[in-house]
Ligand binder design. Structure first.
Ligand SMILES: Cc1cc2nc3c(=O)[nH]c(=O)nc-3n(C[C@H](O)[C@H](O)[C@H](O)COP(=O)(O)O)c2cc1C
Ligand SMILES: [Fe+2]
Ligand SMILES: [Fe+2]
Length: 405
């Protein structure tokens, strides 16, 4: 019954859209949903590249059956073991018990660990080839993009790179999966949010993978989430290159926490200083209202970050502290920084923010503003100055910033 979309000769899209899940990894909101992409190659031998989340397993199996028209499934190639892709493996084995599970040694040990499967597996080595008849598949290991077993499969015949999560993004595929038939504008920010929150810590692993892929002649990128890239290959590869080198655009993100508005007023004033300094991209996030994944996305996008927090029980406002942890674990590089805070009897927030920037090894403005109770003229002017100073720093090139660190 299903008319699966053809991607290239013998290659069909059999993935699914998830419009039900509220939060990816129970953490990252999905305002536009997400797709789990899976691809079926119908050659002399048949092979499926990755599966889908088990919540949509039934429809996934039906799509495969429609395409195979009674043929058997010879191989399941696993580029990535995270359960949003390996989740339907056990179900699939019930329908195709002869199917061989193809993966590297790390993959196969996870296959056993997660699903108890030890038989009918085929271990492949880095650079090895598997022929399906006409289609010749090459396996390229790309560890830590973003799990240790991650690899990519290159179809030499149709010049397709099955890239796993790399080059993927949130957002369902509505009506078609091809970038040539979609308005792709809505995916760019979701790609940065996906990268920043999920892959963000592994910039150097992504750089290694990109170098390894350079010699390949790629006509199509089939990732596990979001559109199939044909027209925008250069753009998505460039975006991954920039993001994984922590290269940012000119602009400043201000994140603040505030219970009663004092720190918030400081944030507004710092923003005015930034604008006076000529910064046009000024993004202000109230840490209690904006989703952390959007804040992390914007931090990966823009060069400057200014954080404001009240002192709370002799520490940072907890929501701000939580954000600092998210930044620290991603090892975000090449940023310029400023901070401010407010307190009533004994200040602690600004000290913690100062320690944070030292840990991150970022360039920091000289001015910090620490206001006791309501904002007064002297500190109001210091907030403007803080904004102006960060504006100067954020206008420096990445090379100048790297040099300052
Ligand atoms: C639960 C709570 C804990 C606080 N703990 C401290 C503290 O340890 N030291 C301090 O100087 N002020 C403390 N304060 C006062 C706030 O830091 C201060 O009023 C600040 O100006 C609040 O900023 P806001 O108006 O942006 O919320 C606390 C306030 C609250 C509500
Ligand atoms: Fe993943
Ligand atoms: Fe994924």
């Amino acid at each position: 019954m299903f008319k699966n979309q053809q991607i290239a000769k013998d290659v069909y899209y059999v993935g699914v859209n998830d419009r039900q899940k509220h939060k990816f990894e129970n953490m990252l909101p999905l305002p536009y949903g997400v797709s789990y992409n899976s691809y079926l190659i119908v050659d002399k031998k048949t092979a499926l590249v990755d599966t889908v989340d088990i919540s949509l397993g039934d429809i996934f199996i039906s799509k495969i059956q429609s395409q195979l028209e009674g043929k058997t499934l010879d191989y399941l190639i696993i580029n990535h073991m995270e359960p949003d892709h390996s989740g339907s493996m056990s179900l699939l084995r019930k329908y195709y018990p002869e199917m061989k599970i193809v993966g590297n040694s790390k993959t196969l040990s996870m296959v056993e660990g997660f699903y108890g499967v030890e038989e009918n597996t085929l271990e492949i080595k880095d650079g090895e080839t598997l022929s399906l008849g006409t289609h010749k598949l090459h396996f390229h290991f790309t560890p830590m993009v973003h799990w240790p077993e991650t690899m990519m499969t290159y179809d030499e015949t149709e010049k397709i790179l099955f890239s796993g999560d790399a080059f993927g993004c949130f957002g369902t595929l509505d009506g078609t999966v091809l970038d040539t038939e979609l308005n792709v504008d809505r995916y760019w920010d979701e790609m940065i949010r996906y990268y920043a929150n999920i892959v963000g810590k592994y910039g150097s692993a992504v750089q290694k993978a990109l170098k390894k892929l350079t010699p390949l002649d790629i006509n199509i990128i089939c990732s596990t989430h979001g559109p199939v890239w044909k027209e925008y290959i250069a753009e998505v590869v460039d975006m991954y290159d920039q993001l994984s080198r922590y290269r940012t655009q000119e602009g400043v993100v201000i994140v603040y926490g505030s219970m009663y508005g004092n720190t918030e007023l400081m944030a507004e004033t710092v923003a005015q200083g930034l604008a006076e300094g000529g910064i046009k991209n000024i993004i202000i996030h109230n840490v209690s209202k904006s989703d952390a994944s959007d804040i992390i996305r914007d931090i990966f996008k823009y060069r400057g970050l200014i954080i404001g927090s009240p002192t709370y029980c002799n520490e940072l406002y907890p929501e701000v502290e939580s954000l600092l942890r998210k930044i620290e674990i991603r090892g975000v590089k090449n940023h310029v920084f400023g901070c401010f805070g407010s307190y009533t009897w004994a200040s602690a927030a600004v000290k913690r923010l100062t320690t944070f920037v030292e840990t991150m090894k970022w360039v920091s403005a000289d001015v910090t503003v620490d206001e006791k109770q309501g904002l007064k003229t002297e500190n109001y002017n210091s907030c403007l100055e803080l904004g102006r100073q960060v504006a100067v720093l954020a206008k420096k090139t990445i090379e100048e910033i790297e040099h300052c660190v």
